[in-house]
Design a binder for this molecule. Structure first.
Ligand code: ADP
Ligand code: ADP
Ligand code: ZN
Length: 219
């Protein structure tokens, strides 16, 4: 099969992480989530984690040069040779342009940009109801994707918590930041002929089926 170098685009809460994990499993390629990388660093108390936290807590984007360096490093790992999924990166035009340069140096390119579309009201509902496993990072939703036992992770038995930045006040800010700084990427990738817009406001399995349909089709 052709190589899949995929970007998942869409506002916070659109379902990027949920779908990226499923696609990663289905096609056996790594999911690279910049948000997960920052949270892991924060948990481990690294300098990077502390630096990122100052921005994340305010609902702001971490500076481009920090994020780009991390992603460049990650893409050079051997497991990305057979394809990869970028989840939550790029988030600005500067990041997207830097990504193009990195991939060009590596003699490869993005093959698909999956843009998940969801209304603002639904996004707020999804983000405020999101719960994550403190131990393994698995994602749930109190109403739409609940664990078998309330408050406990199905996968590892860990405790489910709410992310600090999923509280209402920060959620609104993040959605505004998305509209200003990330939404322009829709035009950017449309112009490159890579954009595939998917109705993200369907049940998880239907969204998954639509994405698979797009990835199967030729460029
Ligand atoms: P993102 O990575 O884009 O921020 P997530 O994948 O973490 O989004 O999903 C946000 C929240 O919405 C999570 O609580 C998740 O369980 C839930 N969710 C994801 N996809 C759907 C869907 N299709 N329908 C309803 N809820 C969903
Ligand atoms: P969500 O999809 O729910 O917005 P993420 O886990 O992708 O959450 O991101 C959480 C936070 O991490 C963002 O609000 C931002 O502060 C930071 N972050 C993640 N990815 C990037 C990125 N590509 N550029 C800048 N900041 C980022
Ligand atoms: Zn877990």
């Amino acid at each position: 099969m052709d190589i899949l170098n995929i970007i998942f685009l869409g506002p916070p809460g659109a379902g990027k992480g949920t779908q990226a994990k499923k696609i990663a499993e289905e096609f056996d390629i790594p999911q690279i989530s910049t948000g997960d990388i920052f949270r892991k660093n924060l948990k481990e108390g690294t300098e990077l984690g502390l630096k990122a936290k100052a921005y994340m807590d305010k609902g702001l984007l971490v500076p481009d040069e920090i994020v780009v360096a991390i992603v460049e490093d990650r893409l050079k790992q051997p497991d990305c040779k057979q394809g990869f999924i970028l989840d939550g990166f790029p988030r600005t035009v500067v990041q997207a342009e830097a990504l193009d340069k990195v991939l060009e140096k590596m003699k490869t390119r993005i093959t698909h940009v999956i843009n998940l579309q969801v209304s603002r009201d639904e996004l707020i509902d999804r983000l405020t109801g999101r719960r994550v496993c403190k131990s393994c990072g698995a994602t749930y939703h109190m109403k739409y994707d609940p664990p078998q036992k309330s408050g406990v992770c199905d996968k590892c038995g860990g405790l489910l918590i709410q992310r600090d930045d999923d509280r209402v006040a920060t959620v609104e800010k993040r959605l505004d930041v998305y509209e200003k700084q990330t939404q322009p990427l829709i035009e950017f990738y449309k112009n490159k002929g890579l954009l595939r817009t998917i109705d993200g406001q369907q049940p998880i399995e239907n969204v998954f089926a639509d994405i698979k349909g797009e990835l199967g089709s030729d460029n």
